[in-house]
Design a protein around this ligand. Structure first.
Ligand SMILES: [Zn+2]
Length: 79
């Protein structure tokens, strides 16, 4: 049989309420376009996952060119 609500301590009620609270969603930066994306999911902007293009990107051709140029620059710096 269940215990009436008035006989339950406040702490018990609050402990239960914690489990129902909304949790802050986690975000990471996409390694390709540096925009925030959810971990373990395809990036919604550039459509890449693990540095492979999976979906068609929402980015303009100009933006993609810029990104490729930046990548080339960073690659040169590493050498
Ligand atoms: Zn991206």
């Amino acid at each position: 049989m269940s215990v009436p609500a008035k006989k339950r301590p406040r702490s018990e009620k609050r402990k239960r309420a914690i489990q129902q609270a909304l949790k802050k969603s986690k975000y990471i930066l996409c390694p390709k376009c540096k925009r925030p994306k959810k971990p373990h999911l395809v990036c919604s902007y550039c459509g890449s996952y693990k540095n492979r293009e999976i979906l068609k990107s929402k980015l303009d051709k100009k933006e993609l060119k810029k990104l490729n140029k930046q990548k080339a620059k960073t690659a040169e710096k590493q050498k």
